[in-house]
Design a protein around this ligand. Structure first.
Ligand SMILES: [Zn+2]
Length: 170
């Protein structure tokens, strides 16, 4: 074990303790400089990302009112926020029609509430189904991406809206 002063990818330096073989330590130091930001920058970015999420979700009309402990509510908001943000961020990445991704988000929410039967009033219900929620968000994004490529935006959106209507009567 030894202490090293390393420079992170954000340009900040810090003293870290490293273990193991010398070659592994050097590899780790290079990795810090290449792709790891310092702790302060990581924490700041987490706060910035959360603010960004809240702004986008509020703008899109998604507001959650979970019951639970303060910790449970914050965790449930993160889970649902990330799942939805991943959908909306896809619209920004490729110059896709954002209405199309609104349709994708509506479908995702219908699946979460009607198929997974998650109680949107309960933080615990969301936390207990974290893995399924993430999987459904990813699946909805993949399906929408493929549909846009093969059918075009308007047709993809129509197909998603039809599926949402089917799920909503469950
Ligand atoms: Zn930094």
């Amino acid at each position: 074990m030894a202490k090293y002063t390393v420079t992170f990818s954000c340009g900040h330096t810090a003293t870290v303790e490293l273990f193991g073989k010398e070659t592994d330590r050097q590899r780790k130091i290079e990795w810090f400089g290449r792709e790891c930001k310092c702790k302060a920058c990581q924490e700041r970015e987490t706060v910035e990302f959360r603010t960004h999420c809240n702004t986008v979700l509020a703008d899109k009309g998604y507001k959650f009112n979970f019951n639970g402990t303060e910790k449970q509510v914050a965790y449930a908001e993160d889970i649902m926020g990330c799942a939805l943000i991943n959908i909306f961020n896809r619209a920004n990445k490729a110059a896709y029609d954002s209405e199309c991704w609104d349709a994708c988000a509506r479908f995702f929410m219908a699946i979460v509430t009607r198929v997974l039967k998650i109680d949107m009033n309960s933080a615990k219900s969301v936390i207990d189904s974290k893995i399924q929620i993430e999987a459904k968000s990813k699946a909805a994004i993949d399906t929408m991406s493929k549909l846009i490529t093969s059918k075009g935006t308007a047709e993809a959106m129509k197909m998603f809206d039809e599926q949402t209507a089917k799920v909503e009567v469950l």
